[in-house]
Write a protein that binds this ligand. Sequence first.
Ligand SMILES: Nc1ncnc2c1ncn2[C@@H]1O[C@H](COP(=O)(O)OP(=O)(O)OP(=O)(O)O)[C@@H](O)[C@H]1O
Length: 335
Amino acid sequence: MVKICCACGKEKAALKRPKTSEQICKTCFYAALEEEVHETITKHKLFSPRERVAVAASGGKDSTVLAHILTTLNERYKYGLDLFLLSIDEGITGYRDDSLETVKRNEQQYGIPLKILSYKELYGWTMDEIVRAIGHRNNCTFCGVFRRQALDRGAALMKADKMATGHNADDIAETVLLNILRGDVPRLGRCANIITGEDSAQPRVKPFKYTYEKEIVMYAFFKKLDYFSTECIYAPYAARGAAREFVKDLELVRPRAICDLIRSAEEFRLDTREGQSMPVAGKCQRCGYISSQDVCKACVLLEGLNKGLPNLGVSRTRGPKGGKAGLPASVDIST
Ligand SMILES: Nc1ncnc2c1ncn2[C@@H]1O[C@H](COP(=O)(O)OP(=O)(O)OP(=O)(O)O)[C@@H](O)[C@H]1O
């Protein structure tokens, strides 16, 4: 039997929305997704008029859809934002070089300028060189720490007021779960924040905080957006895999599980009387970029690399109550 779109009641339904299970036509799906992102942006006051916003663009599906939707909403609702694409070239042959070609095309397609910064120019090392020096075991720690800082440096260099990343609801649910598994209470308390680094020069915002990954993929697919879909060649060693699989399994049984995991972290309150101290944002004594330690993680890792002691900065920092059996260390490598 032909299913009719539950939103317009006229067109043939083209898909079942993963988030709501509604049968919907393509046009109504685009409108619903865009409206939900607009609502997230306005309800949480993610942007102010005339702000210069760096869209952290990897060429992957999330940031490509983010660039597309932010450009669309900026025009439709007259946000008055000065948008540009900011890409970090980690120096991964056969992966990032190809995805950056996609971002260069996006620059033309969306009509917003692109700035590319590389690990080589910032740190003197490409990821390929780092992996050759340290092997596969901890490469994601180096990559995540450097990328986080590289994005901050790029945003500062380009005089951005804010940075928007393509983190979606699934990414955040996974992070919540990882922090629970690690017993990392301080991070659990802040990992679901839609705005982070509010005390820094370029706070980060997540307009896709409530947007499901499957819906982002469908949007990109139906709209035939130009994005790069290959996994990082070093990703099989990433620590998130198990949490990702688990979230996907939960979603299969109950699609709301993703939203509920996020809500759990939102409702979470840190009891400071128990001696759970929150890290305080300061400046790294070496590079001057944001850090909760005297010397930031990027500088410690870089020192190890340059001294030929790559394990120097990869010591396993445990969560506040100690590490749990077999779980990866709580080094903050999220982008
Ligand atoms: N090399 C990069 N340059 C610029 N931004 C990046 C880069 N890598 C990641 N990001 C930003 O961080 C977000 C999360 O990245 P991550 O790799 O964890 O997720 P992802 O789901 O693969 O995202 P995407 O589909 O956009 O690649 C991206 O959506 C993007 O905004």
